[in-house]
Design a protein around this ligand. Sequence first.
Ligand SMILES: Cc1cc2nc3c(=O)[nH]c(=O)nc-3n(C[C@H](O)[C@H](O)[C@H](O)COP(=O)(O)OP(=O)(O)OC[C@H]3O[C@@H](n4cnc5c(N)ncnc54)[C@H](O)[C@@H]3O)c2cc1C
Length: 483
Amino acid sequence: MDKNMYDVVIIGAGVIGAAVARYLSRYSLNCCVLEKHNDVGEETTNANSAIVHSGYDPLPGTKKAYFNVLGNKMMPSVCKELDVPFFKIGSLTVAFSDEDVETLNELLLRAKKNGVDAKIIDHDELLKMEPNLNPIAKKAIFCKDAGIISPFNLCVNLMENAMDNGVELKLNREVTSIDKDNGTFIINTKNGEKYLSKIVINAAGLYSDNIAKMVDADNFHVIPRKGEYFVLDHFNASWVKHTLFMCPTKVGKGVLISPTTSYNYIIGPTNEENSKEDTSTSADVLTSLKETAKKLIPNIPFDQNIRQFSGIRANSSSGDFIIEESEASPNFYNLGAIMSPGLASSVAIGEYVSNLIKNKLNLDVNEKFNPLIRKHFKLSNLTSDEYNDLIKHDPRYGHIICRCEKVTEGEIVDAIHRNCGATTVKGIKKRVRPGFGKCQGTFCEEEVIKILARELHKNLNEICYSDLGTEIMRYDVKGAKND
Ligand SMILES: Cc1cc2nc3c(=O)[nH]c(=O)nc-3n(C[C@H](O)[C@H](O)[C@H](O)COP(=O)(O)OP(=O)(O)OC[C@H]3O[C@@H](n4cnc5c(N)ncnc54)[C@H](O)[C@@H]3O)c2cc1C
């Protein structure tokens, strides 16, 4: 058999591709994931609000509503299995005007239809729950089941678990065209390789429409829209305790303020027309974001801002997720335009699609499937006795590399040597957080490069920041090329 012959090829290793891979690994099959970047989760999965929405907002009867509510229910146990940071902190959608109160009532009905636990909170109770909220707030919908998650760890750990259970991941493989021969798909990649497969799953996010058109010219269209954010340092763990949403209006959903799983705060997103590629931030947009966010909390400590970033939504003209087998090209599944709440829905979509494929290929159960990944040791999650024991066992856990986020050498080495391990500075940052803190990597980046080079048996000048071609130490201080 051709070594590149698979039962299933998944195109795209964002959270959707990773979730499908993980759930498919419950079955006995040859499955491979092709990803164009040098790591998983480098596009939309890397830049979003990181909220596991409760599901009160999507229109009843839509795919968004179905998968969001199911994904929200599944997330606590999946995150336990995969050791992913997840906190069920609840969300408050706040009304500031009579018109907003009307909207809250409609949203409450929608929540009930979607099967979401939601209730209206009055002004006094609301201010007790969130003392820093703008006191002109009238009411809010409280959804206790909303949560916050680390999208990076969710994606990486889903893929690690899929690989532990037999899935192959091929990075730096950009799919450029797809042919069909006698019912077999031939997937061509930019580096000249060919992958053959009975089934193709298109989980290419913003580019899912381009991939869909490779087998069916008349297909859906992704509409990219940018969202920009501020990230505040972890200056005070009780500044905001819930995810605070504005009431959606005809002009948009407004912005949110939320804690993150790393005890930072996130403020955003904006909503602008954009290309699929441009992830820049702009001073004008961020200035207007500041003003909008002040409606939720008037005294936001913007002096604690440590980073701005943007993510690009993959919206569809229908407004709903596209999760379907292509009519023109059977055995080709489009998981396209997975916009918000795609992160919250990811595990439910993964389970659903894997069940479709199981039935289609009549797959047997993978008797060796293990739903758990190897535990991570994180300084902040250990008691001092546990931490001391760990250092005795492996002294590298006593060597702090990132002072802002308190990350040890042991955690960095572990992140490199797992399945779906980090090979880049950004890969380390996403998995264990050095570079995410106040100094943004000024002190630790050089140490991280040295550890990567040592563990991967590479030269320092071969270590990339992210994609191939982003080597950091290519020139010495006098500008002479190192390689
Ligand atoms: C501003 C913003 C805020 C959001 N907030 C939330 C939120 O709070 N909660 C929530 O539930 N959802 C949220 N979302 C939505 C969520 O982020 C997405 O639904 C989810 O990340 C989509 O994952 P994906 O795997 O479909 O796409 P992606 O993460 O983009 O993954 C697609 C992958 O396909 C790869 N690829 C593309 N083309 C090719 C090719 N030709 N060959 C090989 N690989 C290819 C890409 O490199 C990429 O890795 C938000 C999105 C944005 C933009």
